[in-house]
Write a protein that binds this ligand. Structure first.
Ligand code: GMT
Length: 374
């Protein structure tokens, strides 16, 4: 099959999922065309069956806001026509689904039929999508997609709650590529942050307010009262400055490291003993899954799709949003003994196996086939 994949090329989860999906499909012999404004971060090198088409947006003095969606649409028309694509798969509704719809209509006028699938990832629905200024376009493009998927049951429910969706939604959960996350303990790296008797607690995110990164700082301060530990933050974003400020205020700075953005998360996640994800909401929580496959138990909230990913009491624990005391208590429970820690590490790993890409890939292939046959 010749498949066009549209996604954000940035470090965020939707771009990672789209890129890893494309790479796995290419390995199975499908021809994959990534169409986006920059080379996706996880597409470090192009391999067999993989092609990348850059959407180049020019600046004109007339435009205060450059119309990216129109340039993307024209690119989609061009790539579908000349690379003879069978199907388009767009990740994140805004603005990819409406661009795909418009490309579909333009191509129809030229006698070319191209179905498109929209995968909803989370903030396109829960944060951005329900902004009334986007609502009519999102509703329309979801309803006019040839197929729609969400990455969790929870996101499906949110989509049905916030939008007047008539289209059937299939839940296809996010996945992990175990090969990529094969354990490669880097004791030198670990030693540069923590002594042998100290635990390494990690948080990784885009530091947006939905991630509640300040709760990580508060939770760590409570853990630190009971257990020798170091805190490692991975990622960057709008809240980083105030998070660093809070560490200074709470006096946890000397035990805290901010690594900034890391492209290949598996290279750092291995050094963690515990992962914290205290999000306000999380449609899925790919970062938690990436921790779990590296045998790192997870402390998180019980919001959104997280209960579909984390098995409470087995791969970690979930608490109510903002309940930092409970999160700290749970962290201490996991780390209280080597034996207990090992039990949770194994539980995390076993739970993550359920999301092995080998179980998920065929579901996307079936979906592509189903839209081709309608
Ligand atoms: O806002 C973000 O966290 C980024 C966003 C994205 O598009 O990269 O993440 C969303 O999609 C991920 C991949 O499906 C999910 O694992 C994240 O849970 C989801 N983020 C939220 O729902 C907040």
């Amino acid at each position: 099959m010749r498949i066009g994949i549209v996604c954000y090329p940035t470090i965020g989860g939707s771009g990672v999922v789209a890129t890893e999906l494309g790479k796995a499909l290419a390995e199975k012999g499908h021809q994959i065309h990534f169409i986006t404004y920059d080379q996706p971060v996880r597409l470090s090198s192009l391999g067999k069956n993989i092609f990348y088409h850059e959407v180049m947006v020019s600046q004109y003095p007339l435009f205060q806001y450059t119309p990216y969606e129109l340039v993307l649409t024209s690119k989609l028309v061009d790539v579908v026509k000349h690379e003879k694509l069978d199907v388009l798969h767009v990740h994140y509704a805004i603005p990819h689904a409406s661009a795909a719809y418009m490309a579909q209509q333009i191509l129809k006028d030229q006698g070319i039929n191209i179905p498109f699938i929209t995968t909803l990832h989370g903030t396109d629905i829960t944060l951005v999508g329900k902004d009334p200024s986007f609502e009519p376009v999102i509703t329309f493009s979801i309803n006019n997609s040839n197929a729609v998927t969400t990455v969790s049951e929870s996101l499906k429910e949110d989509t049905l709650q916030y939008f007047d969706v008539k289209k059937e939604i299939e839940v296809i959960p996010n996945f992990i590529c175990p090969q990529r996350h094969k354990s490669r303990p880097n004791s030198d790296l670990r030693k540069s942050y923590a002594a042998d008797n100290e635990r390494v607690i990690m948080h990784m995110s885009n530091f947006r307010s939905v991630k509640r990164v300040h709760d990580v700082v508060k939770t760590f301060a409570l853990i630190k009262e009971k257990i020798p530990a170091k805190m490692v933050f991975v990622g960057d974003g709008p809240d980083r400055f105030s998070v660093e400020q809070m560490c200074r205020d709470l006096g946890t700075c000397k035990d805290t490291f901010f690594l900034g953005k890391v492209k290949d998360v598996e290279e750092v996640i291995d050094i963690a003993d515990l992962f914290i994800l205290p999000s306000q909401t999380e449609s899925f929580g790919l970062a938690a899954l990436e921790a779990m496959i590296s045998k790192v138990p997870v402390i998180s909230t019980n919001s959104g799709g997280l209960p579909e990913v984390i098995e409470h009491g087995v791969s970690g624990f979930m608490s109510d949003v903002g309940d930092v005391e409970d999160m700290a208590k749970n962290a201490i429970e996991i780390l209280k003994s080597e034996q207990n820690h090992n039990k949770f590490k194994e539980g995390a790993y076993q739970q993550a196996q359920k999301f092995d890409i080998k179980n998920i890939l065929p579901r996307y292939e079936e979906l592509y086939n189903s839209v081709l046959n309608t």
